[in-house]
Unconditional design. Structure first.
Length: 171
């Protein structure tokens, strides 16, 4: 499989780090593409001020080529039905992550670019893990653990645990 990483978040260093981590964990080719205004206003819920992650992945699924996964990266805030927000979402070949809540500044903390990168890598490896058929892992250190908050994200590693890695080889 090939992973097409399409981003409207124009931080090349973060994107390169994501691409490297995906190559390392999944052994796949990653192509990086910039796309201004990837997530249009049509996906915005004006009352919430957030974008509907489900609608976005469903929309981009139409553009999915053969033997490829799509990973969308945005800095817009995302939600999914029943949840106040999501860091990301994955569905049938298409995943999205948002860096909106990965900035330390979002939590009133000073900027920290390496922390931002680390968080973005974890969320990307997690969502692409779903694309490969991995489900949530109850090992809280595993990248496939569900993140309820940024505390969970910071606690986990940027790679799957041994059990999840073994599943990956079977899938
Ligand atoms: Zn998940
Ligand atoms: Zn695991």
């Amino acid at each position: 499989m090939r992973i097409k990483l399409i981003s409207e978040f124009a931080d090349e260093e973060v994107l390169r780090e994501i691409a490297e981590a995906l190559r390392r964990v999944y052994g796949e080719v990653v192509e990086i593409e910039f796309a201004e205004n990837l997530i249009g206003k049509g996906f915005l819920d004006r009352d919430r001020g957030q974008y509907d992650a489900w609608k976005i992945v469903q929309y981009y699924r139409e553009m999915l080529g053969e033997d490829e996964y799509i990973l969308l990266v945005t800095d817009k805030d995302l939600y999914a039905a029943g949840l106040n927000f999501v860091f990301g979402l994955a569905w049938r070949g298409v995943a999205i992550i948002s860096v909106h809540r990965l900035f330390p500044e979002f939590y009133g903390q000073p900027p920290d670019h390496s922390l931002l990168k680390e968080r973005a890598v974890k969320e990307a490896v997690h969502e692409v893990g779903h694309l490969h058929g991995l489900t949530h892992c109850d090992d809280r250190r595993c990248v496939m653990a569900f993140s309820n908050s940024i505390i969970d994200t910071d606690y986990k590693m940027s790679r799957p645990c041994r059990r999840c890695l073994a599943k990956l080889r079977l899938i």
